[in-house]
Design a protein around this ligand. Structure first.
Ligand code: SF4
Length: 364
C-alpha cells in the first residue's frame, strides 16, 4: 500500500466541507460531537441507499414526524410503515429499518461496529457510516462514491473494491485526525457533487494532490463496472372492478415487493390469442417502468364486470374506498392515480370474459 498519508492528502477536504456543506434535516450542526439523534442518522442512511438526497429529504421529514423514535417505529403497523415509505422504492429498507428500530428500542444502541453491522439491513458500508456520523467512531464507510474518489486520489487502476481492506486501514488515521463524522460526510459530499463519473476537478479541493487528475487519467478510474443485462417485459396492468371493489394481489411476506399490494399484471406474451390492439382498448397511454435490472413496458387497463366471482388464491377484492390507504409500489400507484382522474370509463369489450378466464389460468 504505497500511498501517501491519508491524513495529509485529505486535509483540504474538511475545511472545504465546512464551507460548502448543505443544510440537511438529518445533519448535525456540531460535527465534532456524537450526533444527538443516532436514529435520525440511521433513517437517513437507509433512505439514502440507492436514492438521491432531493428525493429523500421530504420522506425523511415525514418519517421523523410520524415515527420520531425507534420505539414509535417499532410499534407501528407494517401497512403504516410501508405507506409512509410509499414511492421511495426498495421497500426492503423500510422493513429492515423497522426491525432494526425494534432491536434498538428493546436493547439500546450497539456499542461497536460489529453490533451495528448485526442490525437488519445494515451492510458494512451503512454500519460504518452510522458509526462515524452518529457515534464519531473512526469506521471508514466505503460506498461507490468513496471508492471512486479514493481510487482517483491515489490512482488505483483496477477495481478499487478489491483494495477495500487496505483503503479502510489507510483511511482510519485520517478519520481520527479530521473527525469521523466530518470527514465521512465530506467524502460523501465530494463524491456526490464534484468527483462524479465525469468529475469537476477545477473546483475540487483535492486537485493538487489527486494523482488521477494530475496524470490525466480520471476517465479510466475506476474502470467501468460490468453491467447486468436488463430484462425487458411488456405487460398489462389490470384494474378490474366489480360491485365497487377492485381485485388486487395481496402483499407477499418476502422478497423485493414484500408488504406491498399490487394490481394483477399479465405478461403480454402470455396472452397472444386475445391481446387487444394497443389503441381503442387500452384505457390510458402506457409508460416504461424502469427498475435496476428490469424495464417494463406497462399498458394500464381498467375493466369492469357486472358480476363478481371468488378472488383467486393470493388475490383479494378491495373496496374502492380502501385503495388510498394501501401501500403500493411506484408502478401500481400510477394506475391507482389514473383511476382517480375524472372521466375514466372502464372497458366493456367482447373479449372481456376470455380475458378474465385467461388471467385466472395464468395464475395472475
Ligand atoms: S481532482 Fe477530480 S478526480 Fe481528483 S478527487 Fe477531485 S474531482 Fe475527483
Amino acid at each position: 500500500m504505497p500511498w501517501p498519508s491519508a491524513a495529509a492528502l485529505l486535509a483540504p477536504l474538511a475545511p472545504w466541507f465546512d464551507r460548502v456543506r448543505r443544510d440537511l434535516p438529518w445533519r448535525a450542526q456540531n460535527l465534532d460531537a456524537p450526533h444527538t439523534d443516532p436514529y435520525a442518522v440511521l433513517v437517513s442512511e437507509l433512505m439514502l441507499q440507492q436514492t438521491q438526497v432531493a428525493t429523500v429529504t421530504p420522506y425523511f421529514v415525514r418519517w421523523m414526524d410520524r415515527f420520531p423514535t425507534p420505539a414509535a417505529l417499532a410499534a407501528a403497523s407494517e401497512d403504516t410503515v410501508h405507506k409512509t415509505w410509499e414511492g421511495l422504492g426498495y421497500y426492503r429498507r423500510a422493513r429492515f429499518l423497522q426491525t432494526a428500530a425494534a432491536s434498538v428500542a428493546a436493547e439500546g444502541w450497539p456499542n461497536d461496529l460489529a453490533g451495528l453491522a448485526g442490525l437488519p439491513g445494515l451492510g458494512p458500508y451503512t454500519a460504518a457510516a452510522v458509526g462515524a456520523i452518529a457515534f464519531q467512531w473512526p469506521t471508514p464507510a466505503l460506498d461507490g462514491n468513496a471508492f471512486r474518489v479514493l481510487a482517483r486520489l491515489v490512482r488505483i487502476e483496477g477495481d478499487p473494491r478489491l483494495e477495500a481492506a487496505n483503503l479502510r486501514d489507510w483511511l482510519t488515521p485520517a478519520l481520527v485526525e479530521h473527525g469521523p463524522s466530518r470527514l465521512t460526510q465530506a467524502l460523501m459530499e465530494l463524491g456526490a457533487t464534484l468527483c462524479l463519473p465525469n468529475p469537476a476537478c477545477a473546483a475540487c479541493p483535492l486537485a493538487d494532490a489527486c494523482r488521477a487528475f494530475q496524470e490525466g487519467c480520471t476517465a479510466s478510474i475506476p474502470p467501468p463496472a460490468k453491467r447486468t443485462p436488463v430484462q425487458k417485459v411488456d405487460l398489462w396492468l389490470v384494474a378490474l372492478e366489480t360491485e365497487g371493489r377492485f381485485l388486487l394481489r395481496e402483499p407477499a411476506s418476502r422478497g423485493l415487493l414484500a408488504g406491498l399490494w399490487r394490481w394483477p399484471a399479465l405478461p403480454a406474451e402470455d396472452l397472444p390469442a386475445m391481446a387487444p390492439a394497443p389503441t381503442g382498448q387500452v384505457a390510458w397511454p402506457g409508460w416504461t417502468q424502469v427498475y435496476t435490472h428490469r424495464r417494463e413496458a406497462v399498458s394500464p387497463i381498467y375493466l369492469r364486470l357486472d358480476h363478481s366471482f371468488p378472488a383467486p388464491e393470493g388475490l383479494r377484492w378491495v373496496p374502492r374506498a380502501d385503495l388510498p390507504a394501501l401501500p403500493l409500489g411506484k408502478r401500481d400507484q400510477r394506475l391507482r392515480d389514473l383511476l382517480d382522474t375524472p372521466g375514466q370509463i372502464p372497458l366493456q369489450t367482447p373479449g372481456l370474459t376470455a380475458l378474465i378466464q385467461a388471467m385466472g389460468s395464468t395464475g395472475w
